[in-house]
Design a protein around this ligand. Sequence first.
Ligand SMILES: Cc1ncc(COP(=O)(O)O)c(C=O)c1O
Length: 367
Amino acid sequence: MTIRTSNRIAGIPHYEPGLTMAEVMAAYSLDSVVKLASNESPFPPLPEVEAVIANASAHLNRYPDGAARDLRAAIADRHAVDVDQVAVGNGSCELIVHAGEALLEPGTTIIYAEPSFAMYPHLAAAAGADALAVPLAADGGHDLPAMAAAVDERTRLAIICNPNNPTGVYRSADQIEAFLDAVPDDLAVLVDEAYYDFVDEPDRGRVSVLARTRPNLLVTRTFSKAYGLCGLRIGYGVGSQSWVRALDAVRQPFNTNELAQVAALESLRHPAAIQQRVDEAIAERCRVADALTKLAVPFTPSHGNFILMEPPGNGMDADALHEDLLRRGIIVRNGSALGCPGTLRVTIGAPAENDAFLSALGAVVPV
Ligand SMILES: Cc1ncc(COP(=O)(O)O)c(C=O)c1O
């Protein structure tokens, strides 16, 4: 006997997280592994952040501030917006799910790029709405003109992932602005900037400035990547009041926990220390990219904390390369799980982790 479920859930794609370190160690009889599969930070939270988490843990018998007022105020201050232009979520993922709940219903459509972040197809299926997945342009970035052309009167939500996961390709603020100009002012547009911190382009951050005044724009960011807090689950969105009201309408009363709120708030007080970590990640990304070039491994130039690569052109297959790396204790993401069969996505880790990856890759890739 099984429970009776809604017809919608049959269509919801299951999000398959990567293998855990323990699973790989057990499967390959390894004492240690290097995990470069989930675009995590190699750095633990800042020491000051660890201290506030420890202090706050003494008060966990109390509910958190359901409105996350202090955190919202700090984010509003940083983005020069009103507090009612900030939404806070249990990871930015929750805000993306909330967007689907608030905006989609049967008969409506969501537009996003493909391949992109695996959560987006979930939104349409969960709401019984239709999904319009627009293929990426040849460079691995969003085909924004094609996405704008696909918008019609049924479209309720367009998501742009910038830089795109899993390709790492960045679209400029001018290109995003041209998309916004091309679509109706009342079409909700969500720009998912989970990897914003790792962008090294002069216009980085300008889309969030547009979100101060554009009536239909929400930019989401996360403390999971550059801030090293993915285990706590906290992210935010900055945008129009109507966007934030819609997201708040569907959230549970205490959607972000106390430890996550204080950790995020404290993290915002140390921008120089976070930037130093980001600079190191960008330098390592360049070093890994140079090494891939030397090994004749094709890859897509990335603005994220990861690189999408292909096996070299000697007939080597991506599944076999993935397996060879696992056997050597290196966990990367198989592109077939990300809608990019024939590729592997490697997260940029600490220098020693990247060295371990490059040395394992050098051992299995014929020169
Ligand atoms: C493009 C993109 N958006 C959002 C997220 C979700 O981040 P979080 O929920 O940890 O804030 C991720 C996580 O990897 C991602 O790759």
